[in-house]
Design a protein around this ligand. Structure first.
Ligand code: NAD
Length: 338
């Protein structure tokens, strides 16, 4: 099977090389069609950060595995990440946060395992980037929440929660203040909930949710949110399981799905070959499962967990008294544990 791969900017090519080496060593049998996307493509003069050939390839293959990409600074330039999600209507951003042995956090030290899934609406909200200056001193941003847009992501969240036998599904929102926009999202949530009586559905105001996730994360299971609030809450959850180096993400649409790490291009460590490839690898595992390569995913996942349990680490996590491996050495350690 063939997938489209965009290596990305900054640490992107380094972590992508490591993850594809792990895929190949597991004999996943994937073929990669490398596509041109990212900051360097903006620099070549393509205003949306991808070449027409890249767009065509991704549309033909339906799966894009991508490294992080930098948005060039300056007014009027849209993020290629946001453009990709909109172009292909990948309306649901699924992020799974699980405690990993060998990755110390406040919760792992207290013996509290974390297993949370965040589904973030991926297209609407303030991400339309519709902003203008009303006067020299007043800036205005518009926020769109639509019934069909809310419906598709909330339905996806309920279906997913049902498939993974979730105990509870919670809608995070700020409908007490944004009564029409978040109010509509919440209304649709309870409308869809009626079709899933087997799932316990409830809602939480997002600021309270943030506090409760930090104090007692285990009480939640699946959480669905609008775009901006989902972005913030999912980074908070990344912190609960050890940071951005352990946060995978899948952008799901009806025709095209995009798998990527939550973190960015890490310009501070780019080019040094020391980045942690785990988040991209976890996103890769979601990709393998999405295309039916479940056995390869299980082999790689077990090897990754065992490697982490052994205390093998890159510089950004783990026991600082132990030496840190570089990106490719870390990948080789995982392959050695197949
Ligand atoms: P960042 O995630 O790139 O970095 C934040 C911190 O985390 C840095 O200290 C970095 O070194 C560290 N870090 C991130 N990933 C790491 C990894 N795999 N291993 C070890 N350490 C890691 O966030 P930023 O600095 O705010 O953003 C940099 C650029 O990335 C920006 O241009 C931003 O637009 C872009 N970005 C892209 C995506 C994406 O492509 N989906 C997501 C977020 C940010």
């Amino acid at each position: 099977m063939k997938i489209a791969v965009a290596k990305g900017d900054g640490i992107g090519p380094e972590i992508m090389q490591a993850v594809l080496a792990i895929f190949d060593a597991s004999k996943a049998g994937l073929q990669y069609e490398f596509v041109e996307m990212g900051k360097w493509v903006f620099d070549k003069g393509f205003s949306n950060g991808m070449t027409p050939q890249a767009q065509q390839t991704i549309e033909e293959l339906g799966i894009l595995f991508k490294g992080p990409m930098e948005t060039p600074k300056g007014k009027g330039v849209k993020s290629v990440n946001v453009t990709a999600r909109k172009t292909w209507n990948t309306y649901a951003n699924k992020r799974v946060f699980q405690s990993l042995h060998g990755v110390d956090t406040v919760f792992s030290k207290a013996g509290i395992p974390i297993d949370l899934t965040i589904v973030r609406e991926n297209i609407e909200d303030t991400y339309g980037g519709i902003e203008h200056m009303l006067t020299h001193d007043v800036a205005l941003s518009r926020r769109f929440i639509t019934r069909p847009g809310s419906m598709q992501v909330i339905r996806y969240a309920f279906e997913m929660a049902k498939k993974q036998n979730a105990r509870r599904i919670t809608c995070g929102h700020k409908a007490n203040i944004m009564k029409l926009t978040d109010g509509l999202f919440l209304e649709v949530f309870y409308e869809v909930a009626k079709e899933y009586p087997e799932l316990a559905a409830d809602d939480k105001i997002v600021d309270d949710l943030a506090m409760q996730l930090v104090v007692k994360p285990n009480q939640y299971d699946v959480i669905v949110l609008t775009n901006l609030q989902g972005d913030i809450i999912s980074d908070l959850c990344a912190g609960l399981v050890g940071g951005l180096g352990f946060a995978p993400s899948a952008n799901i649409g009806d025709y095209i799905s995009i798998f990527e790490a939550v973190h960015g291009t890490a310009p501070d460590i780019a080019g040094k070959g020391i980045a942690n490839p785990t988040a991209l690898l976890l996103s890769g595992l979601a990709l393998l499962r999405h295309v039916g390569l479940t056995e390869n995913a299980a082999v790689i996942e077990n090897a990754l967990l065992y490697t982490l349990e052994q205390g093998i680490r890159t510089g950004d996590f783990g026991d600082r008294s132990k030496p840190a491996l570089n990106t490719m050495q870390f990948a080789e350690a995982i392959i050695g544990n197949f």
